[in-house]
Design a binder for this molecule. Structure first.
Ligand code: MN
Ligand code: MN
Length: 466
């Protein structure tokens, strides 16, 4: 029996705003769709632990959806489904719409496919007291102590002396060995545990165990190192010098898994930012739109979007210009009419660490994909602060398609902060706002997201490009 609401209560319900849990508001059918969509996402995660692998997997999915490779100079026409690859580390899948490009612009979703990890140094290999190690230099913002005493896999490429390239991927399949960074036993860890968190494990202690078997020859000084070199030579044709031109990454060797009895959540390495890249890609691959739509999956966001594969690279602007020219449109007019979702993850409110969040403006788990009008730190510094007009426009798109979404800031004012690629797109005079999935334990070896938020992100992209 429900009590009849008072006039004031009804008025309050009408005028006030509160976030909603998407699982609670979703229909049975929609909830099934969330869980089904998560299966494809987990498969993508497992196949795409580095930007190179994510790029290759994206190309595979694009080709399966009938997209063909685009090169500068190619002709384009309405209805074309194409993809562009940048150095095997970035991919842009796009569909040409029927709307007049100078007037309608492009609908762009940008996300990144690099993730924090440990990169092997150029002179990495050494032997010490019966074990052989690889020295590393971490990539992106990590808590170093989280990367010890877990199974690691090695992924990457080696360019050999003769210029040929070999791929290495060891530690992902059952039966394959994994790699390991040691930590101190608590019995002897009293001094270590009294240190500040950043010093518990230091950068030069992130050395990966890769061997322990001495080569059977008394005359050799570094017997374990020789065993490892001998293996690498037989398996990949490598010698030690080839590490100079290698790009090897140590990543957690676990697959993505459902978390919780009810399987509502997904634990995995690299949700940041594949939990946005995969929905961006699948939205653009799967939907027909009158707009010209682009899913840009880029590299190097975790180290500042630098270099020729990061979002600051001129190549992404050149590609947009190339598409405009191929369609006979003036690029400046196209840019000015374009809209962009800069799609990156945000911090989910974590009840175990309540102190760093301001609850009213935190991303709550399962309350949908999250818009950040601005990012930055110390007074929004370094942020693209989206215009209210554009926020209103995107809000209307979501409203029209029944997207469950929320807004948030990353933590309390002055608790820290972060940045995304939004400002690099906005600098082109393209209306841009951040939108992405809330993540718990972001940048750890195993991050946590909600299936509801993943699916909400996908739905938001569909609404944006519709
Ligand atoms: Mn990110
Ligand atoms: Mn990140």
């Amino acid at each position: 029996m429900s009590e009849k609401k008072s006039e004031g209560q009804l008025r309050y319900d009408e005028l006030s705003y509160a976030k909603k849990n998407y699982f609670e508001t979703a229909s049975e059918e929609e909830r099934t769709a969330m869980f089904d969509y998560a299966e494809g996402y987990k498969a993508f995660l497992d196949a795409a632990k580095t930007e190179r692998e994510a790029c290759a997997k994206a190309v595979e999915l694009a080709e399966a959806a009938g997209f063909t490779r685009f090169s500068f100079g190619d002709k384009l026409a309405a209805g074309d489904k194409r993809y562009f690859v940048n150095r095997g580390k970035g991919v842009v899948a796009f569909r040409v719409g029927t709307e007049y490009l100078e007037k309608d612009g492009m609908r762009i979703i940008v996300s990144h496919i690099d993730a924090p990890r440990l990169d092997v140094k150029q002179n990495p290999l050494y032997e010490k007291e019966g074990m052989c190690f690889l020295k590393t230099h971490y990539y992106g913002g990590i808590k170093k102590y989280q990367w010890t005493a877990i199974p690691l896999a090695l992924h990457g490429v080696v360019v050999l002396k003769d210029g040929s390239k070999v791929e290495i991927k060891v530690g992902e399949n059952a039966g394959e060995p994994v790699f390991y960074i040691d930590d101190l036993l608590p019995h002897l860890g009293a001094e270590q545990m009294s240190k500040a968190g950043a010093k518990i494990i230091e950068g030069e202690q992130l050395n990966i165990v890769v061997g322990g078997m001495p080569y059977a020859d008394e005359a050799v000084k570094n017997k374990v190192k020789l065993t490892v070199l001998n293996y690498l030579n037989k398996e990949y044709g490598m010698s030690e010098e080839d590490f100079l031109s290698a790009e090897l990454c140590a990543v957690p060797a676990y697959p993505a898994r459902d978390v919780g009895f009810d399987r509502a959540l997904i634990g995995a390495y690299g949700h940041d930012d594949r939990v946005c890249a995969y929905p961006a890609l699948t939205a653009v691959l799967g939907s027909e739109s009158r707009h010209t739509v682009l899913a840009m999956l880029v590299d190097k966001e975790e180290i500042g979007s630098e270099g020729n594969t990061g979002m600051q690279s001129r190549v992404y602007v050149d590609l947009m210009e190339e598409i405009a020219q191929a369609l006979g449109a003036d690029f400046r007019k196209v840019r000015y009419a374009s809209k962009c979702l800069s799609s990156d993850v945000t911090a989910a409110y974590d009840p175990n660490f309540d102190g760093v969040f301001e609850k009213m403006n935190s991303a709550m788990i399962s309350c949908g994909t999250c818009m950040s009008k601005f990012t930055g730190a110390r007074g929004k510094s370094g942020s693209n602060d989206a215009n209210a007009e554009f926020v209103g426009e995107v809000r209307a798109m979501f409203e029209a398609e029944g997207v469950v979404w929320q807004t948030a800031e990353l933590g309390k004012v002055d608790a820290g902060g972060g940045g995304t690629v939004a400002k690099y797109v906005a600098n082109l005079n393209i209306d841009t706002v951040d939108l992405g999935v809330p993540v718990i334990s972001m940048h750890s070896p195993w991050e946590l997201v909600s299936k509801a938020d993943l699916y909400s992100n996908y739905k938001a992209f569909l609404a944006f490009i519709k």
